[in-house]
Structures are given as structure tokens and as C-alpha cells.
Design a protein around this ligand. Structure first.
Ligand code: MN
Length: 767
């Protein structure tokens, strides 16, 4: 696709005019367009002392000695040519910025692809170059990284409240997918912060705030202490210019004094260590970064002069054994402060951070903090992405999941620091972090976080209950989608509503958030109540009319209030609902209120069998539970006699409560869907018994009945009634009404019966 990369670049580097790029055919550009303005670009960059491609390659070779740097050179030229003519606010050539970013990337010792991506990170956004061009000219890998960085730039950041900021940080990580995207983004931000001076004050504030809220903590999480400190100090300067200036002056003023103190302490420690034979250790004391001191002053409400531990001391040894010896020396020379000694060597932190920490009473009665570790441990702690994150955030709760993620991240960075050009490890970095959460936006740019798998319905309920209840459809990234579409990171979701649209029971099958689930259930329960209210009013009206009365008159009856309390209801509405659910018979209400007319209404109760009638009394079988309602009269359908364990469905029956059928019962299929109601077997259903009829077709021989009843006994099933009759001399039909606990027990009886030689067929009787 491209002219042989290496030769081409070499040629181009010496004679820029011959450096050509070949456009993909579909772009309809002449096949060999020279890199625009390369010569002028080179001249101008040289004038501004922008580091050259060779200088970058040399820097890269300090840690990737076997890299040839051809790709890096090519990227440098490509970026230089395309950014030519663009300027930063300061007037400097724009390309200074990508080159500076590339240098910061090298400070993190990332691979050549990352450095190239750093050089090219703004070309897609700011020049006509496309991601496809980068794929064609460089590699898919580099194109992906550039694309990722460009994408991160477009995320709107509008809120600064704490939780939102945390979510935002997580989202950045999640959207980065490839950790290099995030690291380049951090370098980009650091360089932009360091050149913020040229910006308008309001822009400075906004960018500094965003950096302090999002990027500095992110750098900290990733263990990049140096980057975090630099970002924070830059933010400090723009966000609190007065405090910054005065603290800087204070620090400057006391510098001599402090430096003398540090020197004194270092000398004291050094002498003691030498006396103990520890001559080779590296010893340092340096002031903490400004923003760190500032935070301490704020937290302790002290002026700078009284912040004693504004500098930290560090002892670096050659071996673990030396660490402990050094510690012994320090503790014998200075008095340790109780409770401040931490041994992270014996018990390394979850992220493998290793060091000894102690605080002692130093000279002049000031507390001093000392860290002791080997040089190797120090190298890991400085370079490793996550080496510092837990230490710095001590006291904050960190979930084990987070720990896992960062331990893993740190390991990756450790490999990076240890091995040089190993392509494999970068492939391992391309992993979804935080893949159990999904980050989405409202059209106004507000961030909404959901568990993975969440749908527009979850989103709608997160916006507002009313939006959820009237949701009709959704637009995701401007495209109309169904309500059960799974949301993805970065989706902008717009919910389309219609006033007469209603939640559907089916939504419960796919929503992921507890909030949406609860709201949908509430809605359905509410809906069932209002349906019961309608049915109840209807039934009462008819019952009163039969008694030559009306509902309105009944409400004015002198015993109306008494009647309500007789039926244990607070309001008339509640009474109607109870009637609607069948808990109270409408006729009974009429009979109670208008006793004189009672005789005219004979109510012959038709109990199918004495036992079943008994069961129906009170609140029905305790074995069936109705969604959202307690204490309802439930009847098991006579047509299909469901037993615990069967799939069942309920129907509101006028005046007779709820009838429960087997799910596949034809009666249930034919019933009015509006009367459907969710029912299920209660937990205790197993202990209850339900009547069921079993029909056994047999031959006709003596002793059969005894054998069959034996089978029922073996399965622990009680026979309520048996009806056996011979059809002819060879065949008989036997019906047993039995009590079973559940569908399993029934199945076991039927299996037992089928094993009998004379049994032709066993069936459960359904009407
Ligand atoms: Mn940039």
C-alpha cells in the first residue's frame, strides 16, 4: 500500500521533497502527493529548536536498545508536515506539542508504537488525515491508539461533583481499552497544562479544574507519582493563584533554612549508617510538591512554617538485609514514633509495593518520615503504574476488584520496565478494564453509570420514573433502537416517550438495575389494584341493584361506616378492591348492609367436594402466592387441578377471587388476558397438599385395586376417593382422587402405577 517504508523514510529524511505519500484510491487524490510543506516545516521546527526525529530515536534507544526507529522517524516527518502552518496560542509551531508528548511517553518507557501515536495523536482531529491513512501508512495498532485518544478528547466533561468525577475516571479507563491510550492522554494533558499560560483565564480555570478532578487522581491511581505531582502543582497555580504565589514565596524564603535542615538530617543518618558498615546506601531528602504541602496546611490548618514533614527522606540499599539493618540504625539513633512503623517488605502490599516506612523524632524535635527500600524496589515503585496508588489513597475503601485490576496493571508496567522490546506484553494490555460497568450519557452530556447489560429502560428509569413509565423507544447515538438493546460505553441515549405509553411486564425480563425492576413491579401492582377496584365496583353495583338499591345510596347508609369496619377496611375504595380481588363477596356486603332483603337472594354454594370446600374457606390455599397482594381467596381451577410445582397462572374472577390454572390449561388460554395476574407457589407449598384426580386404565383381574393402592401408599399419597368400574370383561377404568404435595410426588406415583403389569395407561384428569 505504501512505498517500502524504511527506504522511503531514509530517502525522505535526507531529501524531504522526495517523500511521498500514496493516498488510498477511494480518496480520489492523485497517486503521489508530496508530503505538504515538509521542507518549510523542517526549517521552521529547527528554528524553534523542536527535538528532531534523530534526537527522539536516540532517547528511545536508551531503553529500547534494539529498536531501529524507522517507524518513529516516519511518524515524526508525517506529523511535522501535516501540522505545518498550525500554531499554538503562544505563537510557537503546533508540532512542538506532539513532540513534547512523545518525549513524556518515552519517560514512561512505552513502546515505539506509543511514541508514534504520541506524535500523531492530534492529526486526525486537527488535519485532513484519517484513521484509515494511519493504518495504511503506519499500522493498525498505531491507528487504534490515535483513534482512542481522539475519542477520549470528545467526551464531554460537565460535572465536578465527587462521585461524578470518580465515574468519569473509571469511564476514561474503560473507554481506553488499551492502557496506552490512557497513558498518552495523560501525557497530552500534562503538556497542555504546562503551556496553559497562553490561554484565556476562564479556559485556564476550566482545564485546571478538570485536570485536578479527573487526570491527577487518575495518574495517582496508575501509580505515576511524578505525573500526579506535576499535574497537581500546575492546577494549584491556576486554581488558587494567590495561595500558590504566597506558598511558593514561603518555600523559597525558607529554602535555605530547610535545605540546611535536610542536609543536617541526611548527614546524621549517613554517619550512623557508615558506623554500622552501610556505606553504599543512597540517601536523599527532598521537599514534597507544593500542592501536597498546601493540602497538608489546609487539613491541619497550619501555616507553612509549622509543617515539619514538608520533606521526605529515603534510604536506598542494595539488599533486603541492608534495609533491616538500616532501620535498626535509624531506630537506635532517633526515637521511633509508636504506631508509625510499617513493614511492606515482609508483608508487601497487594500491588507489590515494597518498602519500610517509619517516622522518628528528628533533631530539633521535629518528626521526620523515612522510607527504606532496595534500589530495585524503588525502581518498581517509581516506574510501575500502580506502585503508589494504595499508599497515597490510604484510608479510602478500595474494593478487592479494584485491587485486582491495579495489581494486574502494575505487573504489566513492571514487565515493561524490566524487559525491553517485547511486543507481547503490549498485546496483553488491550483488555477491558472495569468491564462490569457501562458508562453512558444523556443528550445534555450528563454521565449515567449502569451495570453491564443495562438497556434503555434502565436508562429511562434512571432519568425519571415518569420517563420510564412512558418510554416508547430510544435513540442511541442518534439511531432508533429497541428498548431491550444493550447499552455500550460512551453511548448517548435519548428516550422517546409518549403520554399514553405504559410499562410492560416483559421489561422485567431484561432490565438490569434494581431501580427499574422495583418501579416496573410497583407499576404493575398499582395497575392490578386499579383493575380490582373497577371489578369490585362493578360487582357491588350489580349486587346492590339486585337488592333494589344503588351504590350511591349505599354510601349514604347510616351503617356504612360500620360496614366498612365489619369487613376490616378503612375506605370504601379499599372495600371495592377487596371485592374485586374476591376476598369479600359482594353479596355478603349487600346482605350485611340490607339484612331485610337477604331472603330474596338465595346463594347456593356449590362445593365440588367437601374437602375442597373446606380449603376454600378463609384466605384460600396458603400454597399460592399472588404477585403483590396478601391474603387473597385463591381457587385452584377444577379443570386442571394444579399441584405445587406446576407452572401456573391466575385470573381475577368476578366475586370469586383468583382462580389458578395450569399454565397450559385450555381454559387459561381462553380467558381474558386483562384479568391475568401473576401467581406462584409459595415457599411452604411443599408442605401443603392439593387434591388431584388420577385415572388408571387397566385390564380386569382380581387383586388389582389392592396393588394400585399399595403404590399410592408407597409414595406417601393419601387417597381421598376411589371409583373403579369395569368397562367390559377385559378392561376397567379406575379414578383416584388423591392428595399430593407437589408435581414430583404425583409423577412418582404415576411411574409406580405404570410399572404394574395390568396397567395400560395412567393419566391425570383435566376437565
Ligand atoms: Mn494534544
Amino acid at each position: 500500500m505504501f512505498l517500502d517504508g524504511v527506504q522511503m523514510v531514509d530517502a525522505a529524511y535526507s531529501t524531504p521533497a522526495r517523500f511521498h505519500r500514496v493516498e488510498p484510491a477511494y480518496r480520489m487524490t492523485p497517486p503521489s502527493t508530496p508530503l505538504p510543506n515538509l521542507e518549510e516545516a523542517l526549517a521552521e521546527l529547527a528554528q524553534w529548536n523542536v527535538p528532531t526525529a534523530d534526537e527522539l530515536v536516540a532517547q528511545m534507544r536508551t531503553y529500547l536498545p534494539s529498536a531501529e526507529g524507522e517507524l518513529l522517524k516516519k511518524a515524526w516527518l508525517y506529523g511535522a508536515a501535516h501540522h505545518h502552518g498550525q500554531r499554538r496560542k503562544s505563537g510557537a509551531p503546533y508540532y512542538m506539542h506532539p513532540v513534547a508528548v512523545a518525549q513524556l511517553i518515552m519517560r514512561m518507557r512505552l513502546d515505539e508504537a506509543s511514541i508514534c501515536a504520541g506524535l500523531l495523536h492530534d492529526v486526525v482531529e486537527d488535519t485532513p488525515v484519517t484513521t484509515a491513512d494511519i493504518t495504511a501508512l503506519f499500522s493498525e495498532d498505531i491507528a487504534h491508539i490515535v483513534e482512542g485518544v481522539t475519542k477520549l478528547d470528545k467526551i464531554p466533561f460537565s460535572r465536578t461533583e465527587h462521585k461524578q468525577a470518580e465515574n468519569f475516571r473509571k469511564m476514561l479507563i474503560a473507554m481506553s481499552k488499551d492502557i496506552r491510550v490512557l497513558l498518552i492522554k495523560l501525557c497530552d494533558r500534562l503538556h497542555n497544562m504546562s503551556t496553559l499560560e497562553a490561554m484565556r483565564p476562564d479556559k485556564q480555570q476550566r482545564i485546571a479544574l478538570e485536570t485536578l478532578e479527573i487526570y491527577a487522581p487518575l495518574a495517582n491511581r496508575l501509580g505515576m507519582g511524578w505525573m500526579k505531582s506535576q499535574l497537581e502543582d500546575l492546577c494549584f497555580r491556576y486554581l488558587y493563584p494567590d495561595d500558590y504565589t504566597s506558598l511558593k514565596a514561603d518555600v523559597g524564603q525558607r529554602r535555605t533554612e530547610r535545605e540546611a535542615y535536610v542536609k543536617r538530617v541526611v548527614a546524621l543518618i549517613r554517619t550512623s549508617l557508615s558506623a554500622a558498615g552501610l556505606d553504599d546506601v543512597a540517601l536523599s531528602g527532598r521537599p514534597k510538591h507544593l500542592y501536597g504541602i498546601y493540602r497538608k496546611m489546609k487539613r491541619q490548618n497550619l501555616p507553612y512554617a509549622q509543617i515539619y514533614d514538608a520533606q521526605g527522606f529515603r534510604v536506598l540499599t542494595d539488599s533486603v538485609e541492608q534495609c533491616y539493618r538500616a532501620l535498626g540504625v535509624v531506630h537506635s539513633k532517633f526515637t521511633p514514633i509508636p504506631g508509625r512503623f510499617k513493614d511492606y517488605i515482609a508483608l508487601s502490599k497487594a500491588n507489590n509495593y515494597q518498602s519500610l516506612h517509619t517516622t522518628v523524632m528528628g533533631p530539633a524535635g521535629q518528626q521526620i518520615e523515612i522510607q527504606i527500600r532496595t534500589k530495585e524496589m524503588h525502581r518498581i515503585a517509581e516506574n510501575g503504574v500502580a506502585a503508589h496508588w494504595r499508599y497515597k489513597e490510604a484510608g479510602k475503601a478500595i474494593s478487592p476488584k479494584d485491587e485486582e485490576r491495579f495489581t494486574w496493571l502494575k505487573q504489566l508496567l513492571e514487565w515493561n520496565a524490566g524487559v525491553s522490546d517485547n511486543d507481547e506484553f503490549l498485546d496483553n494490555m488491550k483488555v477491558d478494564l472495569f468491564n462490569d460497568e457501562v458508562y453512558t450519557f444523556t443528550p445534555a452530556g450528563e454521565l449515567k453509570v449502569f451495570p453491564r447489560g443495562a438497556t434503555p429502560v434502565d436508562f429511562a428509569y434512571a432519568v425519571h420514573t415518569r420517563v420510564g413509565e412512558t418510554a416508547l423507544g430510544a435513540k442511541v447515538n442518534g439511531r432508533i433502537t429497541t428498548l431491550n438493546t444493550e447499552l455500550r460505553n460512551g453511548d448517548v441515549v435519548e428516550i422517546m416517550t409518549r403520554a399514553d405509553s405504559r410499562p410492560s411486564r416483559g421489561w422485567l425480563d431484561f432490565v438490569k438495575t434494581a431501580r427499574a425492576k422495583t418501579k416496573i413491579r410497583n407499576y404493575i401492582r398499582q395497575e392490578q389494584r386499579s383493575r380490582a377496584l373497577d371489578i369490585g365496583r362493578d360487582l357491588l353495583e350489580k349486587a346492590f341493584r339486585r337488592g333494589g338499591y344503588s351504590l350511591t345510596r349505599a354510601e349514604k347508609h347510616e351503617n356504612f361506616a360500620k360496614m366498612l369496619s365489619r369487613f376490616r377496611t378503612q375506605t370504601f375504595e379499599e372495600l371495592q378492591i377487596q371485592v374485586g380481588y374476591g376476598k369479600i363477596a359482594a353479596d355478603e356486603v349487600v346482605r350485611w348492609l340490607l339484612p331485610t332483603e337477604e331472603e330474596g337472594e338465595p346463594q347456593p354454594p356449590p362445593p365440588p367436594s367437601p374437602r375442597r370446600a373446606k380449603k376454600m374457606r378463609g384466605s384460600g390455599p396458603a400454597t399460592v402466592v399472588v404477585a403483590g397482594i396478601n391474603d387473597v381467596v385463591v381457587r385452584l381451577g377444577r379443570c386442571c387441578t394444579p399441584v405445587p410445582g406446576d407452572d401456573i397462572i391466575g385470573f381475577v374472577t368476578r366475586g370469586r377471587g383468583i382462580t389458578v390454572h395450569q399454565y397450559r390449561c385450555p381454559r387459561a388460554r381462553d380467558a381474558d388476558p386483562l384479568r391475568r395476574i401473576d401467581v406462584g407457589w409459595s415457599d411452604g407449598a411443599e408442605d401443603e397438599v392439593a387434591p388431584v384426580t388420577v385415572r388408571v386404565h387397566t385390564g380386569n383381574s382380581p387383586g388389582m385395586l389392592a396393588e394400585m393402592t399399595q403404590r399410592f401408599r408407597e409414595s406417601g399419597v393419601n387417597i381421598l376417593q376411589a371409583n373403579c368400574r369395569a368397562v367390559n370383561s377385559r378392561r376397567a377404568v379406575n379414578e383416584f382422587e388423591v392428595e399430593v404435595k407437589n408435581a414430583d410426588q404425583l409423577a412418582s406415583v404415576i411411574r409406580g402405577l405404570k410399572k404394574l403389569q395390568f396397567v395400560h395407561k395412567v393419566e391425570r384428569v383435566r376437565a
